[in-house]
Design a protein around this ligand. Sequence first.
Ligand SMILES: [Zn+2]
Ligand SMILES: [Zn+2]
Length: 388
Amino acid sequence: MDVEELKLKAEDSVESQRQQLIQLSLNMHDNPELGFKEEKASAWLASYLEHNGFHVERGIAGLPTAFRATYGQESPRIALLAEYDALPKIGHGCGHNIIGTSAVGAGVASKHIIDQLGGSVVVLGTPAEENFGGKIDMVKAGAFKEIDVAMIVHPDTRNMPTEEALAASSLEVEFFGRPAHAAGQPHKGINALDAMVLAFTSINSLRQHIRGDARIHGIITDGGEAPNIVPAHSAATFLVRALDDDYLAELKDRILNCFTGASVASGARLEYRWRDRTYAPMKNNMTLAGLFKQNLQSLGRGVEDFDPRSGLGSTDMGNVSQVVPSIHPTIAIAPREVLLHTPEFAAATVSEAGHGGLLDAAKAMAMTVADILQPGMLDKIKQEFRRG
Ligand SMILES: [Zn+2]
Ligand SMILES: [Zn+2]
């Protein structure tokens, strides 16, 4: 069977799974689960693969809701990544129900390709993308050690073969002051909230003088107890993002200076902690992206190059892309004006366009599996990866 026949058969396989994949996506949409609590979604996806002949291991890499489902025994091993975590209050506003179902659909549709060409397809269930970066833990635990190539498709408002993602670090800060009656003895107090407000002001000034693609944003999580008590404690969480690790390191220093300066000015003591899970920038494998793009076009989709106007975020797929040749393309499921991380986008994931995106993403990934297993292709992909 030549590669084009294998691809046609992969399309047929996704079509034959249509009802089941859509039902899985609907179930996930109707039962949104937060990061590391995706018990139902991970069980549904893993069971689906098991029923379709995959060897399934649950709770890998020390993460109870992560799984590995393998078809085939040999290398090369091609990973298709499933996400399934939702957002607080807005459910699947990032469309991870489509990511999860397209990965399992592509996995099942790749079986006949593996039977013909050898190698293995590995569907990896990767929890908690949004808040914790489950893939960061999985990379550290060695879950990608035997993987040769990794693919994931994210729903969006455009079809793009690659997506840029910013490196991101999360900072927890606290100021400790001294309480006092805010009217009776204000001169005895040290105002921890003022320290935080000063730090916000300094960061707002800093923001004018940083690169346009860097981001600094945060919220105050403790701003005091009552207006008649000088706040003795304040707390905030910040995210700092940049296109590369070097600039991220530079920004982290400059942001800390804002907090240190506010501490000196107010007299409130500063404590801070950078979270140890840092999202790495996305290293797109252009050879792989080119294959995926052609396959998506052959399904009748217009494909555009990455456009920063579609938004710059961060993803733990960045960390995967630093250790294994990877792509993180997008599939359009909603008009341009619909924003990710909104209830409107969550609704779009279960619209006709959402179902169409899910099926096309599954088809294009399975077709790309057939391309990767053609003679010489994996070498080309790996050479590009090594060149950096
Ligand atoms: Zn998201
Ligand atoms: Zn997402």
